[in-house]
Design a protein around this ligand. Structure first.
Ligand code: KG4
Ligand code: ZN
Length: 401
């Protein structure tokens, strides 16, 4: 099965073509084409993602990115295509809310053969709804004009599957095209720690692709906390990698930090998280100072990372104990964090040597379309085809236990 996947949930416009073989027990994948355009530079001056701008950028970039992905996959064959009037007006209706996209769409479609793909997968949520809609409408228009089935993908499931396929924590060039990899059923139950800009969740998979919510944040998502604290320290967006850079610098010199920050909900008897208090603690700390030196910033970043990692680990180990999980996967943009990865690898080896740990290779941790193709494959195997998709900014992976 050849999957064309589209991801526009946040500030990355991404399209991938993945060839997949096999079934739910054992599947092999090969990346045929993979393109990604990050809008980070554009959003940086606003200090965060600006939804209307993200939407406009996605609309501008989807066609060129699709062309590049198909070309890389050697699926782009030039040929003049006549588009019947009825089809044209149906597509115009689908794309009417995406300014600038319609014209590019017809120009591109009119000049190439329908590519040899079997299914189109698109992120339906969670994410920024204006941004999600662009990808969804683009996917619907493509499915219609090329007469291909369409599947809706949950972005967080993409993060889970990406972590499962990578299989180990060695940095592998998984996201480059031509690379082959496989996914054999992991040992169940699988506990997923999902940490990104919009999510902090522990979910449990007892059966393949069925999720139960074990714990979640009661306020800010962890990535949001990283980004907000970075802003307080006058670091550029996205803050996660910046905090990590400063913290690692301080760690090279000392394990003792100059400051102490709270570990919210560390000893609570649930697997829930809270990061708002930690963020506020940093704010108060900064208020006591008229001037913050670079060294002090490094120490704050260091202590902040220590605090979030302590909480993440305590809650995850509680969840492993409570659920008897046999596999732990960590997914989402924050799983790129060096300190979190290091601590989890060490703690899993010392405290849970029999539980398998799967962390995505570095190139698959942040948003990309390969993960959407992988999740889309499993949805297509189950023939969960749809014609209409509604963007759902809060789409959840798991009902509450
Ligand atoms: O999964 P993702 O790319 O997008 C969402 O679905 O939210 O995650 C983005 C988040 C941002 O908050 C960013 O600051 C954070 O992941 N992030 C990091 C690191 N790299 C990205 N946080 C901590 N350390 C990092 N190295
Ligand atoms: Zn994400």
């Amino acid at each position: 099965m050849r999957i064309l996947a589209i991801e526009t949930s946040c500030d990355e416009t991404a399209i991938a073509v993945v060839e997949a073989e096999g079934n739910e027990q054992s599947a092999q994948f090969r990346v045929l084409g993979n393109t990604l355009l990050s809008q980070i530079e554009i959003h940086r001056e606003y200090g965060g993602v600006f939804p209307a701008l993200a939407k406009r950028e996605h609309a501008k970039n989807l066609v060129p990115i699709l062309e590049a992905a198909l070309e890389e996959a050697e699926l782009l064959h030039e040929d003049t295509q006549a588009i019947p009037e009825e089809m044209r007006s149906a597509i115009a209706r689908i794309l009417e809310r995406e300014p600038g996209l319609e014209e590019q769409f017809f120009e591109f479609i009119g000049e190439c053969e329908p590519p040899e793909i079997d299914v189109i997968a698109v992120t339906a949520g969670p994410g920024l709804e204006p941004a999600l809609w662009v990808g969804i409408n683009f996917a619907r228009a493509l499915a219609l004009v090329w007469n291909k089935p369409l599947v809706a993908v949950n972005h967080m499931e993409g993060h889970v599957i990406a972590a499962l396929v990578s299989g180990n924590h060695a940095a592998s060039p998984l996201a480059s095209s031509g690379v082959a990899f496989e996914l054999k059923n992991p040992e169940m139950p699988v506990l997923g720690l999902l940490i990104s800009g919009g999510h902090t969740e522990l979910v449990l998979m007892r059966e393949w692709l069925q999720y139960e919510l074990i714990g979640q944040t009661r306020d800010d998502a962890i990535g949001e906390a990283f980004d907000k604290v970075a802003r307080m320290l006058s670091l550029p967006y996205p803050g996660g990698p910046e905090i990590s850079r400063l913290a690692e610098k301080s760690r090279l010199e000392t394990s003792e930090t100059l400051f102490k920050l709270p570990r919210p909900m560390l000893d609570s008897t649930t697997c829930d998280f809270s990061f708002a208090g930690l963020k506020t603690a940093v704010l108060y700390l900064l208020k006591t100072k008229s001037d913050v030196s670079d060294r002090e910033k490094e120490h704050i970043a260091h202590e902040f990372e220590n605090a979030v990692t302590d909480v993440l680990w305590r809650k995850t180990s509680r969840a492993i104990d409570e659920t008897g999980a046999q596999t732990l996967v960590i997914g989402g943009g924050v799983s790129a964090n060096t300190h979190i990865r290091r601590v989890f690898i060490e703690k899993m080896q010392s405290d849970y040597p029999d539980v398998a740990l799967r962390i995505p290779s570095a190139d698959l941790t942040t948003d990309n379309a390969i993960m959407i193709a992988l999740a889309g494959f499993y949805r297509a195997l189950r023939k969960e085809f749809v014609t209409d998709i509604t963007a759902n900014g809060n789409l959840s992976l798991a009902p509450v236990r």
